[in-house]
Design a protein around this ligand. Structure first.
Ligand code: BGC
Length: 767
């Protein structure tokens, strides 16, 4: 195959026929771009997925029913998000990139960085967090890591793809501020920081327009504002109107449309309804992708499958979140053998990844039982419940009740290590969950075992938050493993035995009740649309705003030691018109100390709040975090720098980021609800004003330093009725809230006529 270099591209675009150009705008099959042999343009392969390579070598069927090549299956994104570990995500990216390159794949289709709007989203296991800042901070190094091998990533699914129900056509009705503050920032961070080779547009519509043909999304925001220079690829089958897509900035349609859309593009250019320059831009980006990947592909590549398995083990160790521990963990190896029993089919048949397009064929798979055996530990086991996905149905003839009885007998007077979680069918790409509960068979097993066991340790395998409120009292310790990838079993055993201490923290809230979840009233929508009525109040932002009790808050995670937070120090610089978006405005420092008896990792988190704001605000929002390894007694000072942008909100009046002056509350601690350090500072910044017009209220006029006195002067004595010295404060408050035009219109006072108001508007309007 001839190689293609970047400098060849303009010449090639000039030589390609219109039909050839149109053909390059979609795949040749499920996973490859189109080739043009006549000009030596090769095809390249794009393939899933976020936490491991899913390269279907033979017949493609899309749903993963055909085997894909063996690859390292890392923990899925729900776990990766819980690491709060930027360096680790970079290393995972490097490993994924090496496997991608060695398999001659040009683009790995991931990471998925949609926000977990509801814990019910069937694909939450593939997404990092409910928080946009955390998502962006973790996805950026992952992308950089993958691309360090000269292969591309595909940042997906752009944008507002937060549910599976009706995902191929639902219209997300979302306001501008919410999009900008919640659903777009992580994409912006990764695009501007890590320059992903491709961005994958989502299936859904946003406010009535398919993402795949939305010029605002794909060109104005992505390219013009954020400077994206890569290629936009459709999610598989996300194209509705291909011609509109080319014009909007969708470069590559995947998979092949079997020529249908090629013909439409040709026809549109011929009829003049599509500008050929738009087609050329798309073709140039496709050829750029091909050229970039050919550069890397020219070198022989390999990867170390054992090293990647070891990394998968390390990552799984760091994804686990210790939700609760009354002191039972860690267990000693000898205690485990003499006093413990392992219960739960998931210890033998691990739930380690999610279903759908991200499903990897693991190079190895270690269950918890395998890991115990590998360590030579003899621990009695009972399956406790049936699991549909269990290999060869090991307990085909036994009922859950029977298995439960057997498990309880075994657990009597011992420490029960219980593997519970969501069966594979409960969460998958393609559909959403309907509740947060574990299967009845799992909870009944826990209750039966808790009645007779000395201690109960629960290990959870699930890809999204589950309800624990009804049963957690019966567990002495709970370790959330998420979907831990191919080495999840050995990681779990290592954590139980204290080889390593848990260091994960929740990247999503664990609410007590589904009814408290802010999006619940509008999830998943109906009649083709879903209204994001909860606006910015997603996850902890909303739970905190309504002061809903949670089982475990966002950011929570225990370990085998304890930490103290002291010496908060906050300094704020005044913001002026000259302060640039990325200039530091507030500096925060705090000291973290390991106050326990074992080594441990603290994850200090910084939240900001803006009480008394003129706009709706969450009580606090994450704006910084660190990961600090500390020996017993050791302290470390952590520092955070907040830029003007970090402290800004999206102002719908000016359609831009704006920093509101006033009180800033800075809190530091170990979760969104455990913030021992808190300081208040005053942010000095120019007052934000909406341009004045005749429907601005009297208050808005009065707040303007020049227009206020002018209005007051024009109104003469009447101004005294609403001024600060008004004899009747109730009337004053009433008047201050009225649009100024109502005073002459309603004849409230002869002091000002419509002509007087026009004169004021001529001078102060729009200022
Ligand atoms: C998924 C994408 C995936 C693509 C290719 C789609 O159904 O939404 O995330 O990358 O298929 O498998």
């Amino acid at each position: 195959m001839t190689d293609l270099s970047l400098s060849d591209i303009p010449g090639l675009v000039a030589e390609l026929t219109l039909e050839e150009k149109a053909s390059l705008c979609s795949g040749s099959d499920f996973w490859h771009t189109q080739e043009v042999q006549r000009l030596g343009i090769p095809a390249v392969m794009l393939t899933d997925g976020p936490h491991g390579l899913r390269k279907q070598a033979g017949e493609t069927d899309h749903l993963g029913l055909n085997d894909s090549v063996p690859a390292t299956c890392f923990p899925s994104a729900a776990g990766l998000g819980s690491t709060w570990d930027r360096d680790l995500l970079h290393r995972v990216g490097e490993a994924l990139g090496a496997e991608t390159l060695a398999n001659d794949v040009a683009v790995l289709l991931g990471p998925g960085i949609n926000i977990k709007r509801s814990p019910l989203c069937g694909r939450n296991f593939e997404y990092l967090s409910e928080d946009p800042y955390l998502t962006g901070e973790l996805a950026a190094p992952l992308v950089t890591g993958v691309q360090s091998h000269g292969v591309g990533t595909s940042l997906k699914h752009f944008a507002a793809n937060n549910q599976e129900t009706d995902r191929m056509r639902v219209s997300v009705e979302v306001d501008e501020r919410t999009l900008r503050e919640i659903y777009l920032p992580a994409f912006e961070t990764v695009v501007t920081r890590s320059h992903p080779w491709t961005v994958m547009c989502s299936y859904n519509k946003i406010n009535g327009t398919y993402a795949s043909q939305d010029p605002w999304l794909l060109t104005e925001v992505l390219r013009d504002e954020w400077g994206f220079e890569g290629l936009v690829v459709s999610d598989w089958g996300a194209v509705d109107d291909r011609v509109a897509g080319v014009a909007a900035g969708l470069d590559l349609e995947m998979p092949s449309s079997r020529g249908v859309n090629d013909a439409r593009i040709v026809e549109a250019v011929r009829s003049g309804s599509l500008d050929e320059a738009d087609l050329d831009a798309a073709v140039t980006r496709v050829l750029t992708l091909v050229a970039r990947s050919r550069q890397a592909g020219s070198e022989p590549a390999s990867f170390d499958i054992e090293a990647n398995h070891a990394l998968a083990h390390e990552v799984a160790t760091r994804t686990a979140v210790l939700l609760k521990n009354d002191g039972v963990l860690p267990l000693e190896g000898a205690t485990l053998e003499s006093t413990a029993v392992v219960i739960g089919e998931m210890a033998r048949t691990p739930r380690y990844q999610g279903a759908g397009s991200s499903h990897v064929n693991p190079s190895r798979l270690v269950s918890a039982l395998d890991a115990l055996a590998e360590r030579g530990l003899q621990v009695p086991f009972a399956p406790g419940y049936r699991l549909a996905e269990a290999a060869d149905e090991p307990e085909p003839d036994r009922s859950d009740e029977d298995l439960r009885r057997e498990a309880a007998l075994l657990a009597t007077g011992r420490t029960a290590v219980l593997f519970l979680g969501l069966p594979a069918a409960d969460e998958s790409e393609g559909y959403d969950r309907e509740h947060l509960d574990l299967p009845v068979s799992h909870v009944s097993l826990l209750r039966a075992v808790a009645e007779v066991a000395d201690h109960v340790v629960v290990l959870l395998s699930n890809g999204s938050a589950v309800a624990v409120a009804d049963w957690e009292e019966q567990a002495d310790a709970i370790l959330e493993l998420w979907l831990g990838g191919q080495a999840g079993g050995s990681a779990a055993v290592g954590l139980l035995l204290g080889d390593a201490a848990p260091s994960g923290h929740l990247a999503e809230s664990m609410p007590e009740r589904l009814a408290d979840v802010p999006a619940q009233l509008n999830f998943p929508g109906e009649d083709g649309s879903v209204h994001y009525g909860e606006r910015i109040f997603i996850g902890y932002r909303g739970l905190d705003a309504i002061e809903a009790p949670v089982s475990y808050p966002f950011g929570h995670g225990l370990t085998y030691t304890s930490f103290d937070y002291t010496e908060l120090d906050v300094t704020a610089a005044p913001v002026t018109a000259e302060t640039a978006e990325h200039d530091v405005v507030v500096r925060v420092a705090a000291v973290v100390t390991n106050t326990g008896g074992r080594d441990g990792v603290a994850v200090p988190q910084l939240y900001v709040g803006r009480p008394h704001s003129a706009i709706a605000r969450a009580p606090r929002e994450l704006r910084g975090f660190d990961r600090v390894e500390l020996a017993p007694g050791q302290s470390r000072r952590v520092e955070f720098a907040l830029t003007r942008r970090d402290l800004s909100h999206w102002d719908v009046g000016t359609h831009g980021w704006a920093l509101e002056p006033g009180i800033l509350v800075v809190s530091v601690g170990s979760s969104s609800r455990d913030l021992p350090l808190r300081a208040t500072t005053q942010l000095e910044a120019p007052v934000l004003r909406r341009p004045l017009n005749d429907h601005s209220t009297i208050r808005e006029w009065m707040e303007h330093p020049e227009a206020g006195p002018a209005l007051s002067h024009a109104m003469g004595d009447f101004a005294a009725t609403f001024g600060p010295d008004s004899p009747d404060p109730m009337t004053a408050a009433f008047l201050m809230a009225m649009p100024v035009v109502k005073v002459p219109l309603m004849g409230m006072s002869d002091a000002i006529t419509l002509d007087d108001l026009d004169a004021l508007l001529a001078r102060y309007g729009n200022r």
